[in-house]
Design a protein around this ligand. Structure first.
Ligand SMILES: O=C(O)CCC(=O)C(=O)O
Length: 274
């Protein structure tokens, strides 16, 4: 793919690219928007360094790609901007967002298309990388008999599994989203097939015995973590990561306790997987 208004450097052959030549605080012109979009479709996650974004500018960049998504469970949002998730950890943290492999809020009937994370503070001694994995490659690397088996199957993604009791708030009486999605989904923009089950939310393959479902899900979740499908992003203050939740999974590493890491995330609505 060739670009006129941005420069792109691949992070690994499998996934990711660092993009330069873009100031995300300014409205993107049509060609630059199209090239950023194409880079995201091609690389699944794209990174920008040295960005200075107000909350409004961050939201405006997100809105260029679609309506902003409201998180169904997290209390960690900005008081005046509930669409903005606060991603933070310090010496008082009991949890961090995204500590296991996942696709954001895949328990929603229409899971988010993408997420844009902007970190302004990173741990002083390193750590706090985010890992990303390519779910097209994960699907393509399965043997044909397994691909055939999975192609017709659906699975339950249940917010209960990940959200119940997780946050400081008392969540008795609260319900979390739950949805049934194809195990192999077709990306609506690229038309390619990708694996769509993850450790954080997927609980059961529909129509299989529990033992069968557990074994296959465990096999798939391990397969997703194959190092060749993955990359690891090293944050700096004012870096932005924009990932496509439909075809990539990610995992935030918490190896920096008690140090502080802080940022904001906006999330873009998606559509029903097919
Ligand atoms: O903090 C990170 O690097 C990612 C957090 C995460 O998993 C998320 O925002 O979904």
């Amino acid at each position: 793919m060739s670009y006129q208004t941005i420069e792109l450097r691949k992070s690994t052959p499998s996934i990711g690219a660092e993009i330069s030549g873009v100031d995300l605080s300014q409205p993107l012109g049509n060609q630059q928007f199209q090239e950023v979009h194409d880079a995201l479709m091609d690389r699944l996650v794209i990174f920008f360094r040295d960005q200075k974004l107000s909350v409004e500018q961050h939201m405006d960049f997100g809105r260029r790609f679609g309506k902003l998504h409201m998180h169904p469970a997290s209390p960690d949002v900005l008081p005046d901007h509930p669409e903005v998730l606060v991603i933070k950890a310090d010496d008082k943290a009991k949890y961090i967002a995204g500590e296991d492999w996942h696709s954001d809020v895949s328990c929603d009937p229409e899971p988010p298309m993408g997420s844009i994370l902007y970190l302004t503070e990173v741990p002083p001694d390193g750590g706090g990388d985010t890992m990303f994995a390519n779910m097209y490659l994960a699907y393509e690397a399965l043997s044909e008999p397994i691909r055939k088996l999975l192609d017709g199957l659906t699975a339950i993604h249940d917010g209960e599994k990940y959200y119940r009791g997780r946050y400081a708030n008392d969540d008795r009486g609260k319900t979390y989203p739950r949805a049934e999605h194809p195990i192999v989904r077709t990306h609506p923009a690229t038309g390619k097939k990708c694996l769509f089950v993850n450790r954080s939310f997927t609980t059961r393959i529909v129509g299989l015995r529990k033992t069968e479902s557990d074994a296959i899900l465990e096999m798939l979740c391990r397969h997703v973590e194959t190092p060749e499908f993955c990359m690891r992003f090293k944050w700096q203050p004012n870096s932005v990561a924009f990932w496509d939740n439909r075809c990539a999974q990610h995992h935030a590493l918490w190896d920096y306790y008690p140090n502080k890491r802080y940022g904001h995330r906006v999330t873009i609505c998606g559509d029903k997987p097919y």
